[in-house]
Write a protein that binds this ligand. Sequence first.
Ligand code: HEM
Ligand code: HEM
Length: 273
Amino acid sequence: MNKLTHTAYIWSMALIVILVTFYLAYTGYSYYSTPLEERFYHPRHDWFKPSGLFGQGLGVIGTFLIFFGVSIYILHKRYNILGKWVRLKYLLEFHIFLCSLGPVLILFHTAFKFGGIVSIAFWSMVAVVASGVLGRFIYLQIPRTIEGRALSLEEVKNSQLDIESVLTEKYELSPNTIAVFNNFTGTDTTAKPSYKDLRKALSTEQISRKEQKSILHMLRKERSLSRKIGRLEKMKKLFRYWHVAHMPFALIMLVIVVVHVVVAFTFGYRWIF
Ligand code: HEM
Ligand code: HEM
């Protein structure tokens, strides 16, 4: 997947989540905005209520999307079930897509009525989604292979460019300019040159605008990488703690939802069956 297709992939998934949310809010607005005690008299109560054809349908589809989004990610991460066909990082994005869309459907399935023991499952789901957003942020702080697997400190250090020799050999820059650039990409935060300083140093060199742009881009990437290296051990530890929060909420949700579905079926809510 090149950069353009990847951006299109991300945006189309985000767009689907947004459009579905708007559609569900729009189509059921008159029902969801009716006070709970008056809903029984709403003309479309049998359609939108959590046990109704539409309401329960959203519950079933939402549960399926979450279940599928979690299983496929875990199975591929642990057992590589999709082989080389899919990169883990794209699959994580797919996990995030399905596990955002699913909760939106579940929200409309509840018809904004959070009662009984199943409300614990609902709030666990909210906690998993919220912790997911935080986890995604930490995940991005850990340098990875192109596949999406975390790199060790040694591997990350090896992947760093030898900026000094690239700048000397490829662009033939002066030692003064290189010294400014080294200060920019280094981890020492005292006396850090600004972008203005970088541009000023570059303007004294005999290189084209295009080359200036690619040097600035390379420097920015290197600086972000050396910052990540500085925080790597801390972030890896934080990510381990994070798993301890994301997983149990997902498990609580799973257990209660199983009970919820069994109860729903025993009470005769058979939906279309
Ligand atoms: C196969 C999936 C599901 C089915 C068949 C299902 C079925 C039902 C049914 C029949 C009701 C109505 C119960 C009643 O009126 O007494 C209901 C309500 C509800 N469901 Fe589900 N559900 C599913 C998934 C979920 C999930 C995954 C969650 C949350 C994580 C959830 C949360 C709720 C909530 C909060 C209510 C409203 C409870 C209340 O009346 O106050 N459901 N569900
Ligand atoms: C109901 C919704 C969700 C459930 C049930 C769920 C569940 C899970 C589970 C079981 C894992 C596997 C943990 C492991 O490999 O040890 C996982 C991983 C992950 N999820 Fe979710 N998730 C949900 C939503 C989200 C959302 C909305 C996001 C981001 C916005 C997210 C981000 C992540 C991340 C970053 C990982 C870690 C990947 C890794 O370490 O390889 N999740 N999720």
